[in-house]
Design a protein around this ligand. Structure first.
Ligand SMILES: [Fe+2]
Ligand SMILES: [Fe+2]
Length: 452
């Protein structure tokens, strides 16, 4: 039996047994792999690197109650943020809005649990909070609100103003959790940070020569004098997941692999990444192609499969998502980077009409801005397989200096309210799979900026 089919069978078996498929228990069922000695991770704290949030969470069994509590936590967290907005300060519960005697405008904070575009042009919503539900109506006469509603996502939490007549809420406007525009702090010394993602080592369209050029640049052997100077001053390299192409990630993937063994894929990734000079700190998280569970937060890369990478002195492994502060030296507070591979992006580009019309897969910066405004990396539950933790790691509690992502294989560098938004390019040419899902990769594209 093909390894891919075996892997799929193992996953089905684990799900049947009520267990979450992790790389470890899949390998256990396959019984195929030799498990190398667990590597040492080296010193936990690397110079200039401070891991603020990295999640280790391995639930053995998840119940329906865990999910309902998870939604309550998400609602409560976002409600607290919305209460900080002037427009939502006087918000009341749905129960209160339905039963109040005063007439006039009222604001509620609700989760959107259904969206229907009626043939008449009216949009019908189901709005829900901890006190109950109500039908929301956006009249087609409110053209601006109708247009805005093309950006609304299931499960997102918004403040909604309008008038409540019996059991119907007529929507006038929406207020988002939003990020504030915070001042930019600068360090006294000039230092650079490089961001990259989606190496896909092992794929038959992996681009090793182009990746080697990037590594050569980091070694000061590529580019003009200005670029070499920039490389010398680059102290940190963030790698945002999909380190390898993986095995059994999509149907018939084995026909598109040059390296079919997951250990060999990570070994090859090590051969390349270990050429990065040791004075540059590498911070790495996994993505949906890496050998681990797909449910978020994804843990650190497997110590079994990526053993060589783990042994590198200048690497810090973190979960996906994670928050890492770099270069907090002397009186400079450091650059706070929210790392997220970006698995949820494809859901929003597929489901949210407004994002599709605004540029779709070609404008990753719009998706990142969309999520920053909503203070959540996956406001729709269906966008990722999120694990129901007691905290919500996908929520953007703290406003980062940088939100760095990958997954769309499309380079973008932009800014929203002083938060830098980065979407990584990739080191893999187009595959049949990417074409099928409507992505337009931008392999080996560099974007530089000295001005942020
Ligand atoms: Fe990727
Ligand atoms: Fe990905």
């Amino acid at each position: 039996m093909e390894i891919e089919t075996k892997r799929q069978k193992a996953i089905q078996l684990l799900i049947k047994q009520g267990q979450l498929p992790t790389s470890e228990n899949i390998a256990e069922i396959l019984g195929k792999y030799d498990v190398p000695t667990m590597p040492t991770t080296g010193p936990i704290k690397k110079p200039g690197v401070e891991v603020l949030k990295s999640y280790e969470y391995n639930p053995s069994k998840v119940t329906v109650r865990d999910f309902s509590n998870f939604f309550k936590i998400r609602y409560q967290n976002l409600k607290n943020l919305l209460f900080n907005r002037t427009e939502a300060r006087d918000a009341v519960s749905i129960h209160h809005a339905k039963n109040r005697t005063e007439k006039g405008k009222v604001t509620i904070i609700a989760m959107i649990t259904d969206i229907q575009k009626l043939s008449t042009g009216t949009v019908k919503l189901v709005l829900e909070d901890l006190s109950g539900k109500i039908t929301g109506i956006i009249s087609k006469k409110h053209t601006e609100v109708i247009e805005e509603s093309s950006f609304i996502s299931l499960d997102e939490v918004l403040a909604i103003s309008g008038s409540c007549v019996k059991d119907v809420f007529f929507v006038d406007s929406f207020v988002y959790p939003e990020i504030p525009s915070k001042p930019v702090n600068y360090s006294k010394d000039e230092a650079y940070v490089a961001f990259t993602s989606d190496l896909h080592v092992g794929s038959n369209v992996f681009l090793p020569k182009k990746l080697q050029k990037f590594i050569n640049w980091l070694n000061g052997k590529e580019g003009n004098a200005k670029l070499r100077e920039m490389a010398a001053k680059t102290k940190y390299v963030f790698v945002l997941g999909d380190i390898v192409d993986g095995v059994g990630i999509y149907p018939n993937q084995n026909t598109e692999l040059d390296v079919e063994d997951i250990y060999d894929q990570y070994r090859l990734a090590y051969e390349i990444l270990s050429q990065i000079p040791e004075d540059k700190q590498i911070i790495m998280c996994g993505g949906n192609h890496d050998a681990m569970r797909i449910a978020e937060p994804q843990p650190v890369l497997s110590k079994k499969y990526a053993a060589d990478l783990w042994q590198m002195k200048n690497i810090t492994m973190v979960s996906n998502p994670a928050i890492v502060r770099v270069h907090g030296i002397d009186d400079y507070i450091g650059l706070k980077v929210l790392m997220y591979h970006g698995y949820s992006f494809t859901y929003f580009l597929d489901k949210i009409e407004g994002l599709r019309l605004a540029g779709g897969f070609d404008r990753p910066d719009y998706v990142i801005k969309y999520l920053l405004k909503r203070r959540h990396l996956a406001p729709a539950y269906g966008a990722t397989l999120a694990l129901p933790m007691k905290i919500d790691p996908l929520m953007i509690h703290e406003v980062p200096d940088v939100l760095a992502t990958g997954h769309l294989h499309k380079a973008a560098l932009s800014k929203y309210r002083n938060t830098i938004m980065i979407s990584g390019s990739c080191w893999q040419d187009t595959t049949s799979f990417l074409e099928k899902v409507g992505m337009h990769p931008d392999p080996a594209k560099e974007l530089y900026s000295r001005t942020y």
